[in-house]
Design a protein. Structure first.
Length: 56
């Protein structure tokens, strides 16, 4: 039986924002602004991870 989870549009936006922050960190290094952005996304990312952990 195949088990999958669907990402909501909000989840998708969170992951896109995370990818953009990661790109900025790779380009410019870790800055105070990047660190603040990461902290703001932390809870949303945790929810996405928990959603997929339940499936696995």
């Amino acid at each position: 039986m195949k088990r999958t989870a669907l990402l909501t549009k909000e989840n998708q936006m969170t992951l896109i924002l995370q990818a953009n922050i990661n790109d900025d960190i790779l380009t410019n290094g870790l800055t105070a602004d990047n660190l603040q952005d990461l902290e703001e996304l932390q809870f949303d990312l945790l929810q996405i991870i928990q959603k997929f952990a339940k499936i696995l």
